[in-house]
Write a protein that binds this ligand. Structure first.
Ligand SMILES: Cc1ncc(COP(=O)(O)O)c(C=O)c1O
Length: 480
């Protein structure tokens, strides 16, 4: 295993190297990448791979052994413990092994009843009825022309995106965009991608798997730290400017301008992931797409996963004109296009105004849920605060610094609430206060307060006062 890609260290980070190694190993255990029984490299080998002194690795291993994450047998090496501490176990559950809980508050979950079944059925029927030999053959690689035409109009009208049908490619989810970029960017001499920290943990995995080096860049209440991005040396970055995932921060006007300047300075590109841009119900005006500030350097991506359903595997990317052929060529070497009837049905939904009507209903429903959540947090977690804009399907709930996040997540699970802690999304190089990322979409509205009340009771189960586990670098005090 290439350990230096799994366990990476950043020399100019404020967190000591030992703590970075510990943080990454804990995180990889929590995400299930490092499973019980896996043998770690010797301290000498890892020190050589990471180009750090051996004492750094010895200290990191020693601390993790003391915490119960690792086991060592004299003469036979160091292993991931068969008996992990309880705080590490709940997040071991990946999407394939979801425990049977009463309330599932993971941010990726959705409310199946919000899908516009009747309108979709009508649109799909229309699409199928109108599909002839041409439509039912292999689809255009970039997607149905009719959909790209509708999308160009829709994105301009609702998000201010400046694009044309020719610049748009329809993909099987945003996940596919990441693998396409992993192959396309190196052909522009770009082999590293700046990624927000925290971010969607699976995306970091996809990007690394696609062969790009991940450069983690901290995020604060104004969005990505552009100065820190510039220090990474990367020439491309993936951002969620409207509603940072998962903190909810909106990229400020100043940072938007700075980010565009950065892209121009490094002759680089910005990938804008507008994953929930349609679902804005904050009192502040909805920010338009970053792409409109610099259509020549911003690749704008949207998805139907939040607005309709992730099961459709339907997303789109609008790229600068000079990248269209590169993207098409990259795709041509990988697959034969995306499923067409879903695309044609979505075209119908857009053209008939059904999608706009659906979004209006959905926003109203989500706004009501958000209010319920805010009220429940005030009652049951009174010293917590919800960060970021009221938008999308999740909220980032920051907790007081002394709360032991992993223990709270474990205690919540014990009370039948599956919720992710903030550490689940962090890469580990920067400390941050404890937090919960609460998905508000999947549980029925009335159940949301009950679920938060259960978290409040789980919190009360914890020993009060100072943290009861050894300090985690991602949970110690920090200025943001
Ligand atoms: C930050 C972020 N971007 C994009 C997506 C959508 O990904 P996909 O279109 O592959 O479902 C999600 C979905 O959960 C997300 O959380």
């Amino acid at each position: 295993m290439p350990w230096q890609t799994l366990i990476d260290v950043t020399r100019d980070a404020p967190v000591p190297l030992t703590a970075q190694i510990q943080g990454t190993i804990r995180q990889e255990i929590a995400e299930g990448t490092l499973r019980p029984g896996v043998r770690l490299p010797s301290s000498r080998q890892l020190a050589e791979d990471l180009r750090v002194s051996r004492s750094v690795v010895v200290e990191a291993y020693g601390q993790l052994i003391a915490e119960g994450y690792l086991e060592a047998l004299r003469g036979s090496g160091t292993w991931i413990s068969q008996h992990l501490p309880p705080s590490a176990v709940p997040t071991l559950l990946d999407d394939g092994v979801v425990p049977d809980v009463r309330w599932d508050l993971r941010p990726g979950t959705i409310d199946g009843t919000a899908f516009p079944q009747r309108e979709w059925l009508a649109a799909y029927q229309q699409a199928l009825t109108g599909a002839g030999g041409r439509e039912l053959g292999y689809p255009p690689l970039s997607g149905a022309t009719a959909l790209r035409t509708e999308l160009a109009g829709y994105l301009g009208r609702t998000r201010g995106v400046r694009t044309t049908p020719r610049q748009i490619m329809v993909t099987s989810g945003f996940a596919q965009v990441l693998s396409l970029l992993g192959a396309a960017l190196p052909r522009l001499g770009i082999d590293a991608l700046g990624m927000e920290d925290p971010c969607h943990h699976r995306q970091r995995q996809f990007v690394a798997e696609a062969g790009l080096r991940v450069r983690s860049v901290p995020v604060d209440e104004d969005g990505i730290d552009v100065d820190a991005l510039a220090r990474t040396g990367a020439r491309a970055v993936l951002v969620t400017p409207a509603h940072q995932f998962p903190t909810g921060a909106t990229l400020s006007t100043e940072r938007r301008a700075a980010l565009v300047r950065w892209a121009e300075d490094v002759d680089g590109f910005i990938v804008e992931d507008d994953y929930d841009g349609e679902l804005w119900f904050d009192e502040t005006p909805r920010p338009l797409a970053l792409q409109r500030l610099c259509p020549d350097r911003v690749l704008y991506a949207g998805t139907a996963s939040k607005s309709l359903s992730p099961a459709l595997r339907l997303a789109w990317i609008a790229v600068p004109p000079r990248l269209t052929s590169l993207l098409e060529q990259t795709r041509a070497r990988r697959d034969l296009g995306s499923e067409i009837l879903t695309q044609l049905a979505f075209t119908e939904l857009l053209a008939s105004g059904g999608f706009d009507r659906h979004l209006r209903r959905r926003r109203a429903r989500l706004r009501a849920r958000r209010l319920l959540l805010e009220r429940a947090v005030r009652s049951h977690l009174p010293d917590a605060r919800i960060l970021g804009a009221a938008a999308g399907l999740h909220a980032y709930v920051e907790l007081p610094r002394h709360v032991d996040e992993p223990r709270l997540v474990a205690a919540a699970l014990h009370r039948s609430v599956l919720v992710r802690g903030g550490a689940h999304f962090r890469h580990g190089t920067r400390p941050a206060p404890p937090a919960l990322v609460i998905g508000c979409a999947a549980v029925p509205g009335a159940a949301l307060p009950e679920a938060v009340a259960a978290i409040g009771r789980a919190r009360a189960d914890l020993p009060s006062g100072l943290p009861t586990t050894a300090p985690d670098p991602r949970r110690s005090p920090c200025p943001n």
